[in-house]
Design a protein around this ligand. Structure first.
Ligand SMILES: Cc1cc2nc3c(=O)[nH]c(=O)nc-3n(C[C@H](O)[C@H](O)[C@H](O)COP(=O)(O)OP(=O)(O)OC[C@H]3O[C@@H](n4cnc5c(N)ncnc54)[C@H](O)[C@@H]3O)c2cc1C
Length: 474
């Protein structure tokens, strides 16, 4: 974390210098007319907006172009839905220094966990049961010491007690990668997990299959969790995560164009040219692309990316996730006496009773292979099937839980997934290639973060990309 602080201080210092010299230095970089901005930022998720803010603070004229009709990307508070649920990122970890700094800067409020902690009933082998029935259940096909563990605690029991990665950034070091960048499933088998255990360990995983996930990625997540563990508690932004996006967007001075999908990016010694839908061309000295790789791989880049970077953009996998939010009209759990939430190895891996400032609702999250049906069917068909399955496995919900809102990230026209992860060998193959500047194009986005993950990782990446641009002109 100290590294980040020093960088930020340096960034501020360079910002002051760039602001003073913006007229001369920047104009010299693009000695040609018709420039639309000094920097074009592609994408108005949190990393794009934060890059734009930092670059503006440093004196650059910034233009943000966003394909969607709204800003925020994978942050999306559903303001008009019962309980005002979060369709995307919302948990603010105790180590989220950058997110927390912006929350403070904009005078936003924070609150802790509301309501009771999540208590699961188990739905395994198509039987719904209390967790206390699990160890003796005939659906429990686990062997030996594993039998007594609720299935959602198996993964932590099989991982090393503390992460073997020396530091937060170590996952990118070649010697670390050569040891740990291998199939997660192989490691679990070595720890004694049989096929029954592997089936339960696959539930809720971002990858469709356990062997599509790198052990190194799991260990990276574990390392990040360890750092946060003693640092404090999770927090949530009052009014929803989109309030931070609104404030960040509102603080920008330059233009922000919505409904402007980028189709091509060109870069030469003089500057960059960005082509948007409808053939519109925008020119600047530099571009910062905050587009997820799922979007970038659909865009033409001239000149083409070097082979390793191109392969990284094409192949780094993204998770699939669908959130379904359902208003609860009556406490169905009082009817059947089971805990309100459900952990399942079936079609609906996690059903969580959730409490926000705006009320209570059920959050059904379908990830990994359980998401397959959502990816391939229209939302109304998915919602109908989710309701039918819920009523089937838990009849007490009938008449007490209603259909609500649905967000399938895999079908999102600009995002096509939830978040980047790494498959076995990906770190060895691609390292940090996806974030290497290409000509005058720099890259941000959660998929390029090194130390942090999620929202904080997205902001970390924005800081790095803005810093790279500053270095070019200082
Ligand atoms: C269901 C879910 C839950 C999550 N929960 C958490 C959490 O609790 N805590 C946490 O820390 N993180 C969480 N995350 C992760 C977090 O939301 C993301 O890491 C973060 O929002 C990513 O920001 P970003 O700026 O990198 O990308 P994005 O938010 O994806 O921004 C990219 C932008 O680029 C735009 N774009 C795409 N294609 C084009 C194009 N061709 N032209 C122009 N614009 C384009 C997109 O529309 C989008 O606005 C969650 C994510 C999901 C999906």
């Amino acid at each position: 974390m100290r590294t980040a602080m020093n960088r930020r201080q340096l960034l501020r210092m360079l910002g002051a210098t760039a602001a003073l010299s913006a007229g001369g230095g920047l104009a010299g970089c693009a000695a040609r007319g018709g420039k639309d901005a000094d920097v074009i930022v592609l994408g108005a998720g949190i990393s794009g907006l934060y890059s734009a803010m930092l670059l503006e603070e440093a004196g650059f004229r910034v233009l943000v172009v966003e394909a969607d009709r709204r800003t925020g990307g994978r942050i999306f508070t559903l303001d008009t839905v019962d309980g005002r649920p979060e369709a995307g990122g919302f948990e603010v970890g105790p180590m989220y220094a950058r997110v927390l700094a912006q929350v403070e800067r904009f005078g936003l409020g924070l609150h802790g966990w509301l309501g009771e902690s999540i208590r699961y009933a188990l739905h395994v082998g198509d039987r719904l049961m209390p967790a206390s029935a699990w160890s003796a259940a005939q659906e429990n096909r686990l062997a030996g010491e594993f039998r007594a563990r609720p299935p959602f605690t198996l993964a932590s029991a099989l991982l090393p007690e503390s992460s073997p990665l020396p530091g937060l950034e170590s996952w990118l070091e070649p010697e670390v990668a050569s040891r740990w960048d291998r199939p997660y499933g192989d490691y679990l088998r070595e720890q004694g997990a049989d096929e029954a255990a592997l089936a339960l360990l696959s539930v809720g995983l971002a990858a469709d299959e356990i062997d599509q996930m790198s052990l190194l990625w799991i260990l990276r997540q574990q390392k990040v969790r360890e750092f946060s563990r003693d640092a404090g508690r999770l927090q949530f932004i009052d009014g929803g995560m989109s309030r931070l996006v609104d404030a960040m967007q509102g603080s920008l001075h330059g233009d922000l164009e919505l409904g402007c999908p980028v189709e091509a990016i060109g870069s030469d010694a003089q500057g960059v040219e960005v082509r948007c839908g409808g053939g519109r061309r925008l020119r600047a000295d530099f571009a910062v692309s905050s587009l997820p790789l799922t979007a970038l791989r659909r865009i033409a880049v001239h000149p083409g990316l070097p082979e390793r970077q191109r392969a990284a953009v094409e192949n780094i996998p993204y998770g699939h996730g669908t959130s379904v939010f359902l208003p609860v009209r009556e406490p169905y759990w009082e009817e059947d006496g089971l805990p309100p939430s459900i952990w399942s190895d079936g079609m609906l891996p996690r059903v969580m009773k959730w409490q926000s400032q705006a009320g209570e609702y059920l959050w059904v999250y379908l990830s990994g292979i359980a998401n397959d049906f959502c990816r391939n069917n229209p939302d109304d068909v998915v919602l109908e099937k989710v309701m039918a399955e819920l009523y089937r496995i838990r009849p007490s919900m009938q008449g007490r839980v209603e259909p609500g809102a649905i967000m399938c990230w895999s079908k999102h026209p600009w995002l096509h997934g939830t978040f980047a992860y790494r498959g076995p060998g990906d770190v060895r193959r691609y390292g940090a290639a996806a974030s290497t500047p290409h000509g005058r194009v720099h890259f941000a986005g959660e998929h390029t973060s090194v130390l942090s993950m999620g929202l904080e990782g997205a902001m970390e990446s924005a800081e790095r990309a803005a810093f790279e641009v500053l270095e070019r002109v200082s």
